[in-house]
Design a protein around this ligand. Sequence first.
Ligand code: R5P
Length: 290
Amino acid sequence: MIVVGCSKGVHVAPRIAKLARKEYSELLVKKFPDGETDLRFTCDVRKKVVVLVQSFFGDINDALMEVFLAAYTAKDLGAKRVVLMAPYFPYFRQDTRFHPGECVSLPILGKFVDACLSEIYVMDPHLHREKNLKHVFRVRGHKLTANELVRDYIKKHIKNPIIIGPDWESYKWARATAEMIGCESAILKKTRFSSRHVEVALDHDVDLSKHNVVIVDDIISTGHTLLETIKLLRKDLGAKKITCIGIHGVFAENALAKLKKVKVSVITTNTIPNASAEIDVAKEFAERIK
Ligand code: R5P
């Protein structure tokens, strides 16, 4: 077996390989002058299981293309099987047609994955209307979660926490983490009007004034979900110190700066590298390899 760091996976891939005690190599990725992807394996992949580590941020579509090209190339060079380990896998929220004529991206992406890869590991996929990875990929899909890492972070750094989930889907992260810690939690109701316009509400009273409030969600993208939640928690529920924990810090459109401006602490895992990535997920992937 060999672990191969793709261009958006190199922040975590060497550590995954080290912890799993496997050989490591970096994929050489360049661009042709016209913008096409030019990639090369610098290791021998013949007869090996090749584990590609790639996350998806920034130029997401380039990162996808890289995986598809790399997977076919590895097979072409004689690899036994090609597996993708994706700390963050994109398009999970595009699982339905929200507007007439709109592309439903997730199942299409699923077909590409099936065509190229033998197996896929995804950390905390945003499974909402699609309940299971089996509904998305025909190849074996494995769901990993950073919940235990988040639990450990909260236990170590935050005294007397109460955990808030900003929408009902967040119970898989917020409530699950609260249950592991044994602390109180509350889940808000969110209405999404557009990518940048959401409203949140809570249908019962909780007194947050005596707790350190921790908002836990899977994805922080534009940050509007958190900004609205912070407003509500401060204005109506007496929240004072607030920490926001996201598994995937996408931070589109300067979201991190917007959150810092409202004076909250922001912590994420390193599924996507960013200035708030304090929780390392490498161990979770390495354990699966072992
Ligand atoms: C959606 O349901 C997710 O769990 C997140 O709440 C959402 O993706 C966050 O997006 P944004 O930061 O753009 O509000």
